[in-house]
Design a protein around this ligand. Structure first.
Ligand SMILES: N[C@@H](CCC(=O)N[C@@H](CS)C(=O)NCC(=O)O)C(=O)O
Length: 219
């Protein structure tokens, strides 16, 4: 039975998993989560009552959480690009960097984006200021780390880079990476040039008008 992914092309966590699927040209059926397919939405909510996307279904078995989905693909549907390295020490560094991008780049980026969807009077300026400070700290730390690395955990493209692509892509839209952080800016450009992530970005272009703070005219 083929793999099925419940996702939306504009969602950052969905792009993380789409990048992994495209890296290995893994065949799958895409089920669009949006108003155009209410049936897919109902199936997804039944599969994962936490209602977070993406969800992968493999032989009827639902798999949740983007990082776990990518680990699952590597175990059960391996391809030429090994996204969790065989060397356990490099694998550990990969998982550390994956957590870094999800927790300290994706989370504050989403905080800033989602604040725009709150009703007037229910906005959270204090939380948004904290998110901006966290992004500044993350960019500073990353700039030091990336001074000596091509990819997030070393010289191979991994799970951590799948997380880095959409998190830095959208983070830069809401809290621009200063020119002082040249290594981070260059890394973001490398990610955008990587065909698998570039494909995910291209497929999401028609949805840019949905970006709550307004999408910039670039990338
Ligand atoms: N920890 C989850 C986070 C997933 C997540 O937050 N997904 C967002 C989209 S990027 C979502 O489903 N939001 C709820 C919604 O859009 O209805 C993962 O790694 O998969």
């Amino acid at each position: 039975m083929p793999l099925t992914l419940f996702a939306h092309p504009f969602s950052s966590y969905c792009q993380k998993v789409l990048t992994a699927l495209y890296e290995n040209a893994t065949p799958f059926t895409f089920r669009m989560l949006g108003p155009e397919d209410p049936e897919a939405g109902a199936e997804w909510a039944a599969l994962w009552p936490m209602k977070r996307m993406p969800v992968l279904v493999d032989e009827g078995r639902p798999v949740f959480e983007s990082s776990v989905i990518i680990e699952h693909l590597g175990l059960f549907h391996p391809g030429p690009v090994r996204l969790v390295p065989a060397d356990p020490k490099v694998a550990l560094e990969t998982r550390i960097m994956d957590r870094f991008f999800d927790n300290y780049v994706m989370t504050p980026m989403q905080k800033i984006v989602l604040d725009h969807l709150r009703p007037a009077g229910e906005r959270d300026p204090y939380g948004v200021a904290q998110a901006r400070e966290q992004l500044d700290n993350a960019y500073r730390l990353l700039d030091r780390t990336l001074a000596e690395r091509e990819w997030a955990s070393g010289d191979m493209f991994t799970l951590a880079d799948c997380a880095a692509g959409p998190s830095l892509f959208y983070a830069d839209w809401v809290h621009e990476i200063e020119t002082a952080f040249g290594h981070v800016r260059a890394y973001r450009a490398r990610l955008l040039a990587r065909p698998a992530f570039a494909r995910a970005v291209d497929e999401a272009r028609p949805y840019r008008k949905l970006f709550p703070p307004g999408a910039p005219d670039r990338d």
